[in-house]
Ligand binder design. Structure first.
Ligand code: NAD
Ligand code: ZN
Length: 263
């Protein structure tokens, strides 16, 4: 284990453009459950998975009842406002400050990378603290609207530019990823020479495609996967390095090794 951490640290120090793809696993140590891990929301309650697939349709068909659900049962992840970053997030902040990590593409909606201090973060599945207009694309901070008051008045939050009903910025299943966000993510994937893939089951597309694209391009990136358990990336040989364990332990260990190399 120590050897692999050293190897990976050396690769990151030599890298020209390292990026990270993160998933729900980097936030479980902040008390936010994942979907597919052993204590995941869906592992424990398969019905919850079906419901996730219906949310976007509900928004399109009946935005008012969508918002009532968001207010009443919107806390499937617990109280995201109170969640705090964990050592996984802080280790990635350190790598960015060392100018090693150039960008984080996160599938998480919890804002914890930003809360920890990471600057270049792409929320490929949106952000629970924002609202978005699916008509014109305008994004708002959630606290620009008093949503509970608006709903209690029998209304729904609407776009100030085009009056279309607003939804949470979170990208639901069956909902397209905003084109610009996808484009920016793909640019990073095409540019990187090293990709850290941390705490993702790599089952949700198109994000799950990113390590595969990075590995298969004409100048292949080195894929470093960190997960509590092997994934399809491990099994299909996409990952050049697989480090099994908690990201909150492994990522800080990598940072410590990097410091030894560069100091
Ligand atoms: P996932 O639930 O499918 O997979 C999580 C992976 O992380 C699993 O492979 C699990 O073994 C691993 N894991 C869990 N805890 C870990 C830890 N401490 N250290 C290392 N590995 C750990 O999550 P996903 O791949 O991100 O896909 C789920 C989708 O649901 C995402 O698109 C995301 O938008 C959304 N989601 C977000 C959050 C959040 O914002 N925190 C939480 C749950 C789900
Ligand atoms: Zn609009």
């Amino acid at each position: 284990m120590e050897e692999i951490i050293k190897d990976v640290a050396g690769i990151l120090v030599k890298s020209k453009y390292a990026v990270a793809l993160t998933g729900a696993g980097v936030s479980t140590e902040s008390g936010i459950p994942d979907f597919r891990g052993p204590s995941g929301i869906w592992t424990k309650n398969p019905e919850a998975e079906k419901m996730q697939y219906e949310i976007y349709g509900k928004f399109l068909y009946d935005p008012k009842s969508y918002w009532i659900d968001v207010i009443n049962e919107g806390r499937i992840f617990g109280n995201l406002e109170k969640a705090l970053p964990n050592p996984s997030h802080y280790a990635l902040v350190e790598m960015e400050r060392m100018n090693i990590l150039k960008c984080i593409i996160t599938q998480n909606i919890d804002n914890l990378h930003q809360k920890a201090g990471s600057k270049n973060v792409i929320d490929i599945h949106g952000n629970a603290f924002k609202l978005r207009c699916i008509n014109c694309g305008k994004v708002y901070q959630r606290n620009e609207f008093d949503i509970t008051k608006i709903i209690n008045e029998g209304k729904i939050p609407t776009c100030r530019k085009c009056s279309f009903p607003l939804k949470l910025d979170v990208v639901y299943f069956n909902e397209p990823i905003p084109r610009e966000v996808y484009k920016q993510s793909l640019q990073q994937v095409l540019e990187c020479d090293v990709m850290i893939v941390a705490g993702t089951s790599a089952e949700v597309y198109p994000a799950a495609e990113f390590p595969r694209i990075a590995k298969n391009k004409s100048n292949p990136a080195i894929i470093i996967e960190i997960n509590a358990e092997p994934t399809s990336l491990t099994e299909e040989g996409v990952s050049d390095y697989f480090i099994q364990g908690k990201t909150g332990k492994i990522l800080p260990e990598i940072v410590d090794e990097i410091k030894k190399v560069i100091q």
